[in-house]
Design a protein around this ligand. Structure first.
Ligand code: CO
Length: 169
């Protein structure tokens, strides 16, 4: 396994819609495990393929990263049921240091394929539900700052611009 570089906000790949996975190749399997390693090293609770520069519908999640016990690898994930919007604080590995409240569904059912090509459904709530929604958004080129009020998003962008200028982004 190897650790990959996580793209930060501003990279155009994060704004490209990712494509459906048709064949689960060895390359995709390796990529999934490299993504897990990268997520655990960050550390973070979720990572989507576009964040490491590959626009395919693949994501990894583990809401308890220190344990490394419950890695979830999802191919072509789709939310099939969603209930009860609530405000939840979240961050993103492509926005290091930024945390904002975002309205997400407290409960989601998501369908996805495993690395063996089996179709599975997960019933998620709370933190896991939020993480899955956040990562699926990445596959659709949507970022968590898109949910913020205009003034708030502009403040985040301004701060990132400042960080870029001083070589901290
Ligand atoms: Co993210």
């Amino acid at each position: 396994m190897s650790k990959l570089t996580i793209l930060k906000y501003g990279d155009p790949i994060l704004r490209k819609k990712s494509i459906e996975i048709k064949d689960i190749t060895q390359d995709i399997k390796k990529l999934a495990f490299d993504m897990l390693e990268t997520m655990y090293a960050a550390p973070g609770v979720g990572l989507a393929a576009p964040q490491i520069g590959v626009n395919i519908r693949l994501l990894v999640v583990d809401i308890n990263p220190p344990d490394k016990k419950n890695p979830l690898i999802m191919l072509n994930p789709v939310i099939i049921k969603a209930e009860n919007k609530i405000d939840m604080e979240e961050g993103c590995l492509s926005f290091p240091g930024f945390y904002e409240a975002v309205k997400r569904f407290e409960y989601v059912d998501a369908e996805y394929a495993t690395l063996d090509g089996k179709r599975k459904t997960i019933l998620a709530n709370g933190f896991l539900s939020k993480a899955i929604q956040h990562e699926i958004d990445h596959l659709d080129a949507k970022l968590f700052i898109d949910y913020l009020a205009d003034w708030k998003r502009k403040a985040v962008e301004k701060e990132i611009k400042r960080k870029k200028k001083v070589g901290q982004w």
